[in-house]
Design a binder for this molecule. Sequence first.
Ligand SMILES: [Fe+2]
Length: 345
Amino acid sequence: MRPRIEELNATNCKTYLVTVGERAALVDPVRERVDTYRKVLSERQLHLELVLETHMHADHLMLNRAQKDLLGAPLVMHTSSPSPLVDRHLREGEEIRLGEAILQVLHTPGHTPDSVSYRRDSAVITGDTVMIGGSRRCDFPGGDAGAQYDAVTRRLFDLPDDTVVWPAHDYKGNTQSTIGKEKRDNPRFLGKTREQYIDLMGKLGLPFPDKIQQALQVNQSGFEPEEVVFPLVAEVAVVPPIAPNDLASALRGSSPPLLLDVREPEEFVGELGHITGSLLVPLDALEKRLPKLAGYVDREVVLVCRAGARSASAGAILTRAGFAKVKNLEGGMLAWRDAGLPTQR
Ligand SMILES: [Fe+2]
């Protein structure tokens, strides 16, 4: 049986309902519309089996913990997602079963490191990778225009021409396209080399989305603004990074930095483990732990999390509180593991 795809929001920000018989998946649900989705599911007697995200969003609020529990379906994202709310982490080429149908996962990074496209035989949900007649910006943290060019031209444009394209956004009133049409007409890619595309994307000069301050750190951390006083996105952006191998060297030195791991306790002892000697202070507890960390205001402190997003927020919180030598482990424990460095669980 072929899955059916419908768009539920009728705005420029798209949420797709994918159904196979009475089994359903929601792709990129928007927090303020959850009641509408629940109504649709209940009226049509659909059973929600999966919540799929195409990537970490900066322009709208994703589901919070309570909504996720209310919907009762696992949250599925690429393994490089920074969010602690993800129940199943995906990798390139993995398959997702929805009833009798199989959705194939294509890792299509560039807009964000965790961008994926979900493909079935004749359709692909492309998230913010390729849009109809365009592509999404690559200037958020972790964005990479070259990776996006490769994802679109080598992965998506390799799909059959009649594959229907369902993007996460459209600002021109379009609803769907095909791979063939995008290959023929999309001005972002038509006749462009990889270098020309990188140059073009670097010069877009777009303002941050209106809701980035309200949405991005909330989505990345899984916490609400009443649980964490989030710093400004601009403050987060200037926290200096430290690469995993440089941190490993510093830890072997005569005055090693304090390692503050701001993940949840279950992540600290979970799949990725933690760096030996780290102090666990979950992001929502950081503010009230500051007095106890006062001895470190002039010493080097390195913040650690899953992918380097929550730790960047934590770094900005410490900087604002007067800590002078704050750094962020670039790419988080995912990058630490990928560098082959030792962990403890
Ligand atoms: Fe996006």
